[in-house]
Design a protein. Structure first.
Length: 259
């Protein structure tokens, strides 16, 4: 039985709420999507029908600009509607698509709140036609490491303990093995990094909320946090040129459906 690490109802609520605010982080989401889609330029294969999984309005326009027809899905109906054209509300753990429906699947920063990641990858592989391509990116271990450490140390100092407040992330070395386990051929995983600088540390927390990336761990502390927690943690974040520096480490995964 797959352990329930993430509260999927909370994930859906966060993304429903973020559908109204995600434009605030559109540049970051588009940058991550463009970096992932650059891998299409490394193949001569032409793709005609793509599935965009959880692209939050950033992926579908980029695919259409390449002349590819797109169907988008998202756990949140409100977020799915942002993608325009064909879009459905669908759980990544129980995809509704028939086998051999697409020749390309793109999941840009959308699978890290899934409890059964191997199972979700298997379903994506089954949705691909023989010889189809999966492009996926997930936050890798080290993402938001600065925030995780600052929150842990600040809460320990205030209360003597620390609740989990940042999601666990996949290790890059495991990604190719996950693809292989799901039945993909020629699995490749490599690392890309986005470094963000904030003049106002509070803007980091606002951006995470705007993107629907707030805490959805089943083990999260549901009590109101100490009033001093976030100011103390944000004050402890490392700075560069009087700006708070935050690192997003992206594990970019490429795999082909067996032909």
């Amino acid at each position: 039985m797959t352990p329930e690490v993430f509260d999927r109802s909370a994930v859906r609520r966060h993304r429903d709420r973020a559908a109204r605010t995600v434009d605030r982080v559109a540049d970051v989401l588009r940058d991550a999507a463009e970096r992932l889609l650059d891998r299409l330029d490394d193949t001569t294969q032409r793709f005609t029908q793509a599935l965009d999984v959880g692209g939050r309005g950033a992926v579908a326009p980029l695919l259409r600009a390449r002349g590819i027809d797109v169907v988008s899905c998202d756990l949140s109906p409100a977020m799915a509607a942002r993608n325009g054209a064909a879009a459905v509300a669908a759980d990544e753990e129980f995809l509704p698509f028939a086998p051999d429906s697409f020749d390309l699947v793109v999941a840009s920063l959308s699978l890290h709140w899934v409890n059964d990641l191997p199972g979700a990858l298997i379903q994506l592989r089954l949705a691909l036609r023989p010889g189809g391509l999966l492009l996926a990116s997930l936050p890798a271990l080290g993402t938001l490491a600065e925030l995780r450490q600052a929150l842990t140390e600040a809460e320990a100092a205030l209360t003597g303990g620390a609740a989990p407040r940042v999601s666990p992330f996949v290790e890059l070395r495991d990604c190719a093995a996950l693809l292989q386990r799901a039945g993909f051929t020629l699995p490749v995983a490599d690392l890309d990094e986005l470094r963000l600088l904030y003049a106002d540390p509070l803007a980091l927390l606002r951006d995470l909320r705007a993107a629907g990336e707030t805490n959805a761990l089943c083990a999260r502390d549901r009590r109101t946090p100490p009033r001093a927690l976030f100011p103390a943690a944000l004050a402890a974040l490392p700075q560069s040129a009087e700006r708070v520096a935050v690192t997003l480490r992206l594990a970019c995964m490429t795999g082909w459906a067996p032909s």
